[in-house]
Design a protein around this ligand. Structure first.
Ligand SMILES: Cc1cc2nc3c(=O)[nH]c(=O)nc-3n(C[C@H](O)[C@H](O)[C@H](O)COP(=O)(O)O)c2cc1C
Length: 270
């Protein structure tokens, strides 16, 4: 499926059939995990697949996920960071979301689960002594059959005008201009990217030959690097769909505007 249609239909699944996947399918997923790890040359993160989801679910029930609402699935994949720098946090999320697109192609469903507040010792007990830093895991499996009478839940998204600015934060950008520089479709579809608590913290500043990605920091002034990595993945894919095959380059720096802190994440040459 083309990545633009994929994004519009992409949903987090919180209701799985508990039956596990065939061993053959799990083996193919293990191969896929290795391929994606190797694509990121730094080697600073690892995917770890846990076949016995029941064990992980029992250990994290009431503790992990939003307000302790753990999601039950037959298997999980943990994202283990061997280095806790910005680059690893950003690109591990980039590849985790790339993994999500591959799993959905296999007719599976997924949901990111936040585990960063879970006690380190409990995480070592559940995920293994040799793990380093696990902030997020992925529930995956076959979705429960949808009730044909209920609508698929949809999480609202902000408009392009709240996300994309011209030359500086707050400066309006016109649709005509975005069309002229070939970014109108990319931003239209990018809004459907998933983010923690659906906060959609991505902000873009467009100049005549570049796009800057910034993250609007939370109340504690922390930027969500994982949301940045996910948006970077989809932005590159959406641009590639239109024949532009550039990659983001990471940037440093931050500034405060209207009492809100923004962190520079990366720039993309048009
Ligand atoms: C990094 C990340 C962490 C997330 N953590 C959780 C979580 O702990 N529990 C949960 O139910 N959903 C979690 N989600 C799913 C988001 O809430 C969801 O993507 C967002 O609300 C948009 O909804 P949609 O994915 O159905 O479009 C997470 C998503 C991301 C990207």
């Amino acid at each position: 499926m083309r990545i633009n249609n994929f994004l519009v239909d992409r949903r987090s699944m919180r209701d799985y059939r508990i039956k596990g996947l065939d061993p053959e399918v799990l083996d193919n997923i293990r191969k896929l995990l290795k391929e994606l790890e190797n694509e990121f040359k730094d080697g600073t993160f690892e995917f770890r697949l846990y076949e016995n989801g029941q064990l992980i679910f029992n250990g994290l029930e009431g503790i992990a996920g939003y307000s302790g609402v753990m999601i039950e699935s037959p298997h999980y994949i943990a994202l283990d960071l061997k280095k806790n720098d910005d680059r690893t946090n950003i690109y591990s999320a980039y590849y985790m979301e790339k993994l999500v697109t591959k799993l959905i192609e296999l007719d599976l469903a997924t949901c990111w689960i936040t585990v960063n507040d879970v006690d380190v010792n409990l995480k070592k007990e559940l995920f293994g002594e040799s793990t380093n830093q696990i902030n997020f895991i992925l529930a995956f499996g076959y979705p429960k059959r949808n009730n044909p009478f209920s609508k698929t839940p949809f999480s609202e998204r902000i408009g392009v005008e709240e996300m994309v600015y011209y030359k500086e934060i707050g400066q309006h950008i016109t649709l005509e201009y975005l069309e002229q520089i070939g970014l109108a479709d990319t931003f239209y579809y990018l809004r459907f990217a998933p983010s923690i608590k659906n906060l959609q913290p991505w902000r873009f500043i467009v100049t005549d030959d570049k796009v800057h990605l910034l993250i609007k920091c939370d109340e504690g002034n922390n930027p969500s690097l994982v949301d940045a990595g996910i948006a970077m993945y989809y932005f590159e894919e959406l641009q590639a769909l239109q024949g532009t095959k550039n990659n983001w380059s990471l940037l440093e720096g931050d500034f405060t505007e209207g009492g809100i802190k923004y962190k520079y994440i990366a720039e993309y040459q048009l």
